[in-house]
Write a protein that binds this ligand. Sequence first.
Ligand code: IPM
Ligand code: MG
Length: 353
Amino acid sequence: MDFKIAVLPGDGIGPEISEQGVNVMTAVCNKFGHKVSYEYAICGADAIDKVGDPFPEETFKKCMDADAVLFSAVGDPKFDNNPNAKVRPEQGLLAMRKKLGLFANIRPIETFDCLVHKSPLKDELVRGADFICIRELTGGMYFGEKKEGVDYAYDTNAYSREEVVRILKEAYKYAQQRNKHLTVVDKANVLASSRLWRAVAQEMAPQYPDVKTDFMYVDNASMRMIQEPKFFDVMVTENTFGDILTDEGSCITGSMGLLPSASTGEHTPVFEPIHGSWPQAKGLNIANPLAQILSVAMLFEYFGLKAEGKIIREAVNASLDANVRTPEIQVEGGAKYGTKEVGAWIVDYINKK
Ligand code: IPM
Ligand code: MG
């Protein structure tokens, strides 16, 4: 394949992990005979500082022109601590999702056996847990009508049938490829929007007789995720619930720095780590590049290139087994490796394979 990749390093540790993702992408392309070219573009706080817009038109054009976007992270404390800021880095992320029509956010919650001890949950509960959360990404409260007054404010949680159908189709597709169990997470006992989700899912379920569909209220799902994470195979939910549940999911694995994600929909798909910009670690060469590197694996898999994805996953597992790990997951007495060293080790593994 001839890949044209838009690279959006963003803020904080973004540029450091981005570099490792790009190096791995290049190594895999060389190995498998794919061509690849990169177009760098600004976003987030970096873009606000440079041009006053967290997702400038030029960045949008580069994304539209590419086959895929490799995104890293946005966010900067100088905006977090200023409630009066007119623009925020996060708005760039939301604009990207909306403008690229990325309605389906795929967040795998995967555990790594050698890191199970890092989980706040008991070993036997997490070992082998492996599910994906499909979060609707361009609707609901994030984008519904809002009012922000001094004494009164609201956000609207609106969904159309069409929006629900398209995300459920996506969820069924993943369930069919996995263990054929789909859990629709909603709050249909209280919310009208959730009752629409549930009605649509009930209508669609018979079209997928190979998949077992069940329904769970979001409060119950948040409990079940820590009580019995292995219950889940594919979970699908609306934007806000998905935001909350995936943070919960990422921490039960004990390794937020290892989880990649894909956002897909109408235009160019985006591949990114689920963690944020960790500004305190900026420039220190300590951030874990694995979530970004695994996002590259998801990128290849999205294009049906399984062997390319597999070699990356294999290299990541090998680096963990060899204790080539960034400080937050390093074993006691293990050697010191930084972002660059872990990335270079993985590239080397791929080259030698
Ligand atoms: C996420 C993040 C974003 C969201 C923020 C940064 C706007 O938390 O991708 O989960 O709320 O969607
Ligand atoms: Mg979130």
